[in-house]
Design a protein. Structure first.
Length: 214
């Protein structure tokens, strides 16, 4: 090839049909892309929702033990690790998604464990407590009530629980939990709760307006 000739641009590998990508938006792995395979009910939280959520959570992340219960792409759990959480358990029953999660964890050398298991069955046999839980089940399965019941004994004092549901639905949470912040898009309601037992200051001023994302 002549010295001044330009090489043809590299052709990126084609993504699997129906697949997309979601990216980690903050911390040490900022910009890292994760595959979003074509799966029924797989609906990663949007960049704007996650940016709002992790702004809320910022002071609570360093050293946190995290549970991403219906992990899907794992973007919530991995985002938490990227921003300073100590360890994450990523639970996903779909074998293909679990394999992709293991690949992402290995690629990032992330302090995380991937569990290819039914979320509720996995919770029933665990004994550790978590400081932060992401609860974003497939909407069509209607698992909020059962998952919230199963979580009751797996929360550290003052644990944070993020809950995502359809925009017109507000799942019933234990009465002792405190709603810290919430927001809505056209498709989802996203809310951050705190379990009893904490004595630290809240992460946002109490006079901040509720978040709304279009």
């Amino acid at each position: 090839m002549p010295r001044n000739a330009r090489r043809p641009p590299a052709v990126p590998a084609a993504a699997p049909r129906g697949a997309g990508q979601v990216r980690i938006i903050g911390g040490r792995w900022r910009g890292t892309k994760l595959a979003v395979p074509d799966r029924p009910g797989l609906r990663p939280s949007s960049d704007r929702v996650r940016e709002t959520l992790f702004n809320w959570l910022m002071p609570a992340l360093p050293g946190a033990r995290v549970l991403d219960l219906f992990a899907g792409t794992g973007v919530l759990g991995l985002e938490a690790l990227s921003r300073g959480a100590a360890h994450a358990s990523l639970v996903e029953r779909d074998p293909g998604l679990a394999a992709a999660l293991r690949g992402a964890v290995d690629r990032l050398s992330a302090p995380a464990e991937v569990h290819a298991a039914d979320a509720l069955a996995w919770l029933a046999r665990r004994h550790e407590a978590f400081d932060l839980v992401f609860l974003d089940p497939p909407f069509a399965d209607g698992l909020w009530s059962r998952a919230l019941d199963a979580l009751a004994s797996r929360l550290a004092p003052g644990a944070w629980v993020y809950l995502e549901s359809p925009a017109d639905m507000q799942p019933a949470v234990p009465p002792a939990w405190t709603l810290h912040r919430e927001g809505r898009t056209r498709e989802v309601r996203y809310a951050l709760y705190r379990a009893p037992g904490h004595h630290a200051a809240v992460t946002l001023r109490p006079d901040d307006p509720p978040a709304t994302t279009e």
